[in-house]
Design a protein around this ligand. Structure first.
Ligand SMILES: [Fe+2]
Ligand SMILES: [Fe+2]
Length: 435
């Protein structure tokens, strides 16, 4: 094997290693340092450095240096003329001694000469300067051959791509950050607007102060208990906050009537779901079902609700959630013609109306949430904050809810299937009624 061959193998080995280095996920700094090490080894040089170019600041910043001494400049400026020349020449090694016409080499000549830096390679990737390599004299004292320069250029390609990739990543990260921030801002603006709306709706109805806000929070609790994801839970809250937005167009005296309203007034009031839908429909909500929740929050499973008298499966799920939250708030707050019901009575009401007005899975989810809080398994105190501590500490409430949950349990489809499967196997499951 000739000396030339050995060198070739050595250089290609270094190149392969460098390629791997660039491709793997090591830290960028580490990659650059290793690259310099590999070039030095392949050519046989003692001193050198690799810099990254900032095209905004027009400066080269050293990323890795080898035996250049403490006083070597870590930042070097390029003039427009330097940039033009480097770009025109592309990735070609420049002999420092022959390049004195360029401002860059005039300015930094003494630094280069002092370290016997002989070769300067601008790293050009896709018509952009991304960095440069500085190389000192060869250990053998011989001049750089064109073969050496080819190796340096090949390695320079890899390093240039690594730097360009890094720049791109930084840019993408910056933009992703910007987008995230923008998104967060929009999201919080949306939620502020929703809450402002809820407050405006509640403002009109002096007897049910805070109703929309509470319905939002109860809806949020139900969705959370159903195991929904963060976004869906947020959507349920928004649907609750805005469910009565249609009331904004109903006369104040009807809403605030201190007596049971007559048929005419009642039909006026009953328009609020449809009006709410009309108001919400044209708005682009991050959650699709918000207008539907407003439109159908007074529907009942048994078809006796309004405006359309829909039956169970015709009613959008989100509207069922808001309906439960809405009814629960009506039961647990004082109304002009009706005092707040005691906690025990409310639980009984929920139970009695499950299957007629409320979906069993929703009543179960809601009562489960309440039960977990009473048992101390959920420490968020959501119910206590919304209903008052005394209310939630009614004697025997925990047992009452547990009893009710047990009573309701066999009617849920999941339990049916599980119970049937454990008793009669698959055959029994096939004969189950479809819910
Ligand atoms: Fe309503
Ligand atoms: Fe309501």
């Amino acid at each position: 094997m000739t000396n030339h061959d050995t060198k070739l193998i050595h250089a290609f080995g270094a190149l392969a290693e460098l390629g791997q280095e660039v491709a793997n996920k090591n830290s960028f700094q580490e990659t650059i340092r290793t690259s310099l090490h590999l070039i030095s080894g392949a050519i046989g040089i003692m001193r050198g450095g690799i810099a990254r170019y900032s095209r905004f600041a027009h400066e080269l910043n050293m990323l890795a240096v080898r035996a250049l001494g403490d006083d070597f400049p870590l930042t070097m400026n390029l003039t427009a003329e330097d940039e033009r020349q480097f770009l025109a020449a592309g990735m070609t090694p420049i002999e420092v001694s022959q390049a004195q016409v360029l401002p860059f080499f005039q300015v930094y000549n003494s630094s280069f000469e002092g370290r016997r830096l002989e070769l300067f390679i601008p790293l050009v990737v896709r018509d952009e300067i991304v960095g440069s390599i500085f190389l000192g004299e060869k250990a053998s004292g011989e001049p750089y051959t064109s073969y050496d320069k080819d190796i340096v250029c090949a390695m320079g390609q890899h390093i240039g791509v690594a730097i360009a990739q890094r720049n791109l990543m930084a840019e993408i990260e910056r933009r992703a950050d910007e987008n995230r921030q923008l998104f967060e801002e929009m999201r919080s603006t949306y939620h502020d607007t929703v809450r402002a709306f809820a407050a405006a709706i509640d403002c009109k109805d002096k007897y049910t102060e805070g109703h929309s806000v509470r319905v939002g929070k109860f809806s949020e609790i139900i969705a959370g208990e159903l195991g929904w994801g963060t976004e869906e839970v947020e959507g349920a809250a928004v649907a609750g906050y805005l469910h009565d937005v249609g009331k904004l167009t109903v006369e104040r005296k009807i809403i605030n009537a201190p007596y049971r309203i007559n048929a005419k007034e009642s039909s006026e009031l009953n328009k609020h779901p449809s009006v709410g839908f009309e108001i919400l429909q044209p708005i682009h909500h991050p959650y699709t079902d918000v207008p539907l929740a407003a439109k159908y929050h007074h529907e009942r499973l048994d078809g006796r609700g309004y405006p359309d008298g829909l039956y169970d499966r015709e009613i959008p799920f989100i509207a069922k959630i808001v309906n439960l939250a809405d009814s629960f708030d009506a039961m647990t707050t004082d109304r002009p013609y009706k005092a707040r019901r005691a906690a025990h009575a409310v639980v009984e009401d929920l139970h009695r109306n499950t299957g007629k007005q409320f979906s069993p899975e929703l009543t179960t989810a809601f009562l489960t949430g309440m039960h977990r809080e009473l048992k101390g398994e959920d420490r968020s105190k959501r119910f206590r904050r919304l209903l008052g501590r005394d209310y939630m500490e009614a004697e025997g409430l925990t047992e009452k809810i547990r009893y009710t949950l047990n009573e309701m349990a066999p009617t849920t489809p999941m339990t049916y299937v599980a119970a049937a499967a454990s008793v009669g196997g698959d055959e029994t499951v096939l004969h189950l009624p479809i819910h």
